[in-house]
Write a protein that binds this ligand. Structure first.
Ligand SMILES: C=C(O[C@H]1C=CC=C(C(=O)O)[C@@H]1O)C(=O)O
Length: 430
């Protein structure tokens, strides 16, 4: 059903309930946002078969789905909202999120350009009394007619920046990794670091999301809540998969430099990044992996750009675009299973890198550096990688950032890169 134009964050604020999971997704530069609340059908699983089981869940749920209403509107019809953890298995004691979560929401509000659309899903069987069901949907639709104001974003960055307390542990891990690279045990490793912050008041997520979407219009701004008090939010520059009418777009994103304070300094830093041998190698490992993985799936990848700069307010990256036509029989989640984790967030070889991450990192990655996104009833969908992100638990936040280590990396520079990346969430939360 069509709705009057509304702020999607205000829709989230209105529809979310503390004890129900929700999913929020926005790309300001495309003026697209989706808020999905109250899982109606929900799969939550752990294990190596998680992508296959998620695909099966979506396909079987769709068999008995009937769509009605204004199906020509953007984001009409059934959509499934998915989040995965970095590893196939979660540590049960500390698992805030299952290794795979896929849900069909009761309520979904999507905003595209100036259009807003409500999708209401309901389970209907022979015992369902239709009138209260229809009334409930009608009431929600009416509720969403009332214009709502959204919290205004933070006007300027906070001056308070906590220092990393265990920076030495990170630089030592980088030095150890360089030793392994020299000994040819692996080519690349992405090591992450966390920063814990605590605020006097519970963190205001709508406010933080408002700030993130304003500062990072090129990024995917997201929030995933588990309905038990924890949420994972972020502003990620990394597109893992965009699939529309069997046309695939994915990014190789790796290699970073700071932004300059003046135009000249900024250009010089950008040019250095474009010509850096070390960053070029770090980037190529990702590009080659994505290309090879697509070939193995029977997809012919086209590299449609040279490595170019993706400039964000706090950092700049090397990015290459890859496109492909995907055979009809391949499901988006099969491609996702092959690509995750790319060497932009794990390393090369993937197996050794994952072992090293387990060994060297002293914290759980949870949803950090893992795929999250949506799939519609026609098999179209979009997934980002949950980087530049934080796990929020009341008034506590754990911020994550990682850096790719290759031959030629310098521990202090990698630490400085981590600090730059942590600013994405620090600035929005504090
Ligand atoms: C792993 C992260 O960034 C990746 C994406 C872009 C550039 C990266 C780099 O230059 O190291 C990382 O591969 C992160 O932000 O936590």
């Amino acid at each position: 059903m069509e709705l009057p134009k509304l702020d999607p964050l205000a829709a989230l604020d209105l529809l979310q309930q503390a004890d129900h999971p929700y999913f929020y997704w926005e790309k300001q530069s495309q003026r697209t946002a989706i808020a999905a609340t109250e899982p109606l059908l929900h799969l939550q699983i752990d294990g190596t078969q998680r992508f296959t089981q998620a695909q099966h869940f979506i396909c079987t749920s769709l068999v008995d789905t009937v769509s009605a209403g204004a199906l020509h509107l953007p984001f009409a019809g059934a959509h499934f909202f998915c989040s995965f953890t970095f590893f196939d298995h979660t540590n049960q004691e500390q698992a805030f999120f299952p290794a795979a979560s896929v849900f069909l929401p009761r309520w979904q509000v999507a905003c595209v350009q100036d259009q807003a659309v409500l999708v209401a899903n309901a389970v209907i069987d022979t015992d369902t009394v239709l009138e209260p069901l229809a009334r409930n949907i009608w009431e929600r639709w009416q509720l969403l007619q009332t214009p709502r104001r959204c919290p205004s974003p933070r006007s300027q960055a906070s001056q308070f920046y906590p220092q990393l307390t265990n920076a030495d542990a990170f630089t030592t891990a980088v030095a150890d990794t360089l030793g392994l690279i020299k000994a040819n045990k692996l080519q690349k490793l992405v090591l992450a670091h966390t920063l814990d912050v605590k605020t006097p008041q519970p963190l205001d997520l709508c406010h933080a999301l408002g700030t993130l979407r304003e500062r990072y219009p090129e990024c995917y701004v997201f929030a995933v809540s588990n309905g038990q008090g924890q949420s994972f939010i972020g502003a990620s520059p990394e597109r893992l998969i965009e699939l529309h009418d069997h046309h695939l777009v994915t990014d190789a994103l790796a290699g970073s430099a700071p932004r300059g304070l003046s135009h000249e300094e900024d250009q010089a830093l950008g040019n250095q990044l474009l010509s850096s041998k070390k960053d070029g190698h770090e980037h190529r490992v990702v590009l080659d992996f994505i290309r090879d993985s697509l070939w193995e799936l029977g997809i012919t990848p086209q590299v449609t750009s040279l490595p170019h700069l993706l400039q964000l307010p706090n950092i700049q990256h090397l990015r290459t675009l890859i496109t492909a036509e995907v055979p009809q029989h391949l499901h988006l989640l099969e491609i996702l299973a092959a690509l995750h984790p790319t060497p932009a967030v794990a390393g090369m070889s993937r197996e050794v890198a994952q072992q090293q991450i387990h060994k060297q990192e002293t914290f759980e990655r949870h949803l950090y550096a893992a795929p999250l996104g949506w799939i519609d009833y026609q098999g179209n969908g979009e997934f980002t990688v949950g980087i530049r992100s934080a796990l929020i638990n009341g008034s506590q936040a754990r911020l994550y950032a990682g850096a790719g280590i290759v031959a030629g990396s310098d521990p202090q520079r990698e630490l400085a890169e981590i600090q730059l990346k942590l600013h994405t969430l620090l600035d929005a939360l504090l």
